[in-house]
Design a protein around this ligand. Structure first.
Ligand code: IPD
Ligand code: CA
Ligand code: CA
Length: 289
């Protein structure tokens, strides 16, 4: 399967170039839900990726965000987000990417069981950054090996999250946003879940969490983070699966602190007091930092 990754990279580059053209000339936008946007670029990118995958791997299945569902009972399945960050894209905010992740599903696996992610790419066409990973072979950015950060504690970490495009009014995430913001260097909400995961893999971010993602958002990032030495789980540390509705990713070192904060918040326990700047400085001095 050595050809999987180079082929996925070449397809992602081609789809990225198509998105870049649409981005520079402007696109028509429609609503899929009350605030969930879709553009002609999302559909054109998925059509291009579907065509290229079918030609390269006629036996493989495809599961795309914009509706492609084919060959899903075979051994290999591609999860495709043809444009992750559509809201940014539609507003001219330069943070979006193309995502392809390949899962190997051994015969006999139940429909609700995960196979093994074996290849994943996340391509940012505006920065020409290709994040890639293959099972057991590590993760790279434009061909150079990447690794998660070495941040030692939550209070010295930069974290990211996102908010669902649909059912936003039901999302509890703003409460978590507040607590993580008060206990870290800050929380970024840049609007592309896949880029957030890629940034954890290469150490630009130390941690990330989100509710209600889909396998096309997470599949490639899942492999990238594991291959880059990080951790990816549910909020309570249990095993992440592709149909999980919650995701917690980190460099591994700050994972227990993030889990602890989720546990306290879900249990409604009193959280650690927020320190004043003077108290914070005193604590750091006491810790010898
Ligand atoms: C969205 C982005 C966003 C995340 C949303 C996703 P889309 O994907 O990844 O960062 O917060 O939950 O739905 O709709 O732009 O492909
Ligand atoms: Ca997405
Ligand atoms: Ca999308």
């Amino acid at each position: 399967m050595a050809e999987l990754l180079p082929t996925a990279e070449s397809i992602a580059r081609e789809a990225g170039a198509l998105l870049r053209d649409f981005y520079h000339r402007g696109v028509r936008t429609e609503y899929k839900g009350d605030v969930d946007l879709v553009t002609e670029a999302d559909r054109a990118s998925e059509a291009l990726i579907g065509g290229r995958l079918r030609a390269a791997f006629p036996e493989h299945g495809i599961y795309g965000e914009e509706g492609t569902r084919e060959g899903l009972d075979g051994e290999f399945r591609w999860y495709v987000d043809p444009l992750d960050g559509t809201t940014n894209f539609a507003h001219g905010f330069p943070a979006f990417c193309v995502v392809l992740g390949c899962e190997q599903r051994h015969p006999g696996l139940a429909a609700n069981e995960d196979g093994q992610m074996i290849a994943g790419v996340i391509y940012d066409p505006l920065r020409d950054e290709m994040f890639s990973a293959a099972l057991g072979e590590g993760a790279t950015l434009n061909g150079e090996p990447i690794h998660v950060s070495c941040a030692r504690s939550l209070d010295e970490s930069l974290i990211a999250t996102g908010f669902p495009s649909n059912k936003r009014h039901k999302s509890p995430n703003v409460h978590f946003y507040q607590e993580f913001t008060l206990r870290s260097h800050g929380v970024r909400r840049a609007g592309s879940a896949a880029l957030d995961l890629a940034y954890v893999a290469c150490g630009r971010l130390d941690g990330y969490w989100e509710f209600q993602l889909n396998p096309w958002d997470t599949s490639a990032g899942y492999l990238l983070i594991e291959e880059a030495g990080g951790r990816i789980t549910h909020f309570d540390g249990s095993k992440f699966t592709l149909d999980s509705r919650e995701i917690l990713a980190s460099n591994g070192v700050i994972h227990p602190a993030m889990e602890h904060l989720f546990a306290d918040m879900f249990a409604g326990r009193n959280l650690d007091p927020i320190l004043t700047p003077a108290e914070f400085a005193a604590r750091r001095a006491a810790e010898g930092r």
